[in-house]
Design a protein around this ligand. Structure first.
Ligand code: GDP
Ligand code: IMO
Ligand code: MG
Length: 455
């Protein structure tokens, strides 16, 4: 059996927590896409771990695999490994030799390309993710396996670096610098390769994972980002450059669709919505300067109830980016978005979190459908421009009180406030999926589990 964890909204739904929760029963946790643009939080007891590249399972001693579908910044890889070792852990990690490497020029180009978009920037994390996937598709990338062979590494760099330097200098007119210097890059990345080899960190991921399956081990696939920033199924171009949706668990790991489809696919849902970066957000409450299109807080009355509500939810939920620290945009739950995500990834069930953050509100809303050019629309339209034109139709639910969440967890699902259960069951019924768990706090112990797909 396998379990695939997928973000069903715009990232930061609580995937790290879900991996930690269900991952106890897994033997291997595989990241299949993205890179250190992710920021996954695992909280247990007094310990909080924030991982951007390493699979969240490694903090529990589960084997972590960074799959071929990922893009890897070796500096982040070693920094995260070292930081965990300093905290007394001994992560069991391997990295696919087919995974692509984020090079210094990718990070620089990420910044240059964003600046060039003026007001239409994506608001990337600046980690070089997009430029690295571009080079992968353009057949000029450097892969983890290439770092292990200095001759191959040099050949790759001698081909690609002059192209990148010309792009920076001649197309964008910026001073290229050391990030575009073959010798400087060669020395640094050869040393990364040596360390990878010394620590035995690299692997043929697909073959390795198949061996683990043959040995009877249980696999968990850990998606990063979320469906609405998927490069195919998200609101292009305000997307990341990979596929967070479940199909990529196959292509990004080296195992086939029957392996993934034989198991469960769990959509992680935040009980409201957050977004970092630019692009539409039909159910957005208020806005955030520099991220919400055409929003200017100076032009808005500070007593505006939606502004107050957005600030309240942002502060209660600690909605500030794990990677960049940016305030997250906040909105109501959006069912058309969830229907889209559930179909794209064939969710078998969902985990809905942050139910504690909404507690205490008098009423809570869910966007149930859109009106687009006079028609009712129940899912996300294919173009971002059409999505931005959608007007949301809402259903209003009575709020639920703040309660002693520890005793709710101890007593189980029926102990949740009735109005919260009504809200949760409405969502699961609309999506025709099971409700696997409900998050009532950031910690591992702050979750009401109805069903663990691996048990
Ligand atoms: P990820 O990127 O999907 O792994 O999510 P992030 O770690 O970026 O953001 C989720 C944040 O919400 C983290 O700070 C989690 O600790 C926290 N969190 C997760 N589930 C819950 C929950 O049910 N309630 C509350 N209050 N916080 C939660
Ligand atoms: P986790 O895994 C939320 C967003 C960025 C930007 C867009 C493209 O923690 O849920 P990129 O650097 O990937 O090219 O940026 O995608 N983004 C995320 N938003 N959570 C994430 O990861 C994200 N990773 C990227 O803010 O809008
Ligand atoms: Mg995150």
């Amino acid at each position: 059996m396998t379990v695939t964890i997928v973000g069903s909204q715009l990232g930061d739904e609580g995937k790290g927590g879900a991996v930690d929760l269900f991952g106890e029963a897994a033997d291997v946790v595989v990241r299949y896409q993205g890179g250190d643009n992710a920021g996954h939080t695992v909280v247990f007891g007094d310990e909080t771990y924030k991982l951007s590249l390493l699979p969240s399972g490694v903090v529990r001693g589960t084997t972590g695999v960074i799959g071929n579908g990922c893009v890897v910044n070796p500096e982040t890889l070693f920094d995260e490994l070292d930081a965990l070792r300093e905290r007394g852990l001994d992560p069991d990690l391997c990295v696919a030799e087919r995974a692509h490497v984020i090079m210094p020029y990718h990070k620089v180009l990420d910044g240059i390309e964003e600046a060039d978009r003026d007001d239409n920037e994506v608001g990337t994390t600046g980690r070089g993710i997009g430029p690295t996937y571009e080079d992968k598709a353009g057949r000029r990338g450097v892969r983890i396996g290439d770092l292990l062979d200095p001759e191959v590494l040099r050949t790759r760099l001698e081909y690609v670096v002059p192209q990148k330097r010309a792009l920076a200098e001649e197309v964008f007119g910026v001073d290229a610098g050391d990030a575009f210097d073959v010798e400087a890059i060669f020395e640094t990345y050869r040393a990364f390769g040596e360390r990878l080899a010394e620590e035995g960190l690299t692997v043929d991921a697909g073959a390795y994972l198949q061996d683990r399956i043959d040995d009877g081990d249980e696999l968990m696939f850990e998606g990063a980002q979320g469906t609405l920033i998927d490069i195919d199924h998200g609101n292009y171009p305000f997307v990341t450059s990979s596929n967070p949706s479940a199909g990529a668990a196959c292509t990004g790991s080296g195992l086939g669709p029957t392996v993934v489809g034989d198991g469960d696919v769990v959509g992680i849902v935040k009980g409201y919505l957050t977004r970092v970066g630019n692009g539409p957000l039909p159910t957005e409450l208020a806005g955030v300067d520099g991220q919400t299109p055409d929003y200017d807080s100076d032009a808005v009355d500070s007593d505006d109830p939606e502004e107050e509500l957005a600030t309240y939810i942002r502060d209660e939920g600690g909605e500030y980016g794990t990677v960049t620290g940016r305030p997250r945009r906040v909105g109501w739950l959006d069912l058309p978005m969830l229907r889209h995500a559930a179909r794209v990834s064939s969710f078998t069930g969902i985990v809905v979190g942050h139910v504690d953050v909404l507690a205490g509100l008098e009423e809570v809303k869910i966007g149930t459908s859109y009106r687009l050019d006079g028609e009712q629309v129940d899912t996300v339209p294919p173009t971002t421009e059409a999505w931005a034109r959608c007007e949301v139709e809402y259903e209003t639910f009575d709020g639920w009180p703040e309660v002693d969440w520890d005793s709710v967890v101890a007593d189980g699902y029926e102990a949740l406030p009735e109005n919260a259960r009504t809200y949760l069951e409405y969502v699961a019924d609309e999506l025709a999926v099971d409700l696997y768990a409900v998050g009532v706090g950031p910690g591992r112990e702050e979750t009401v589990v109805l069903e663990n797909p691996l048990e």
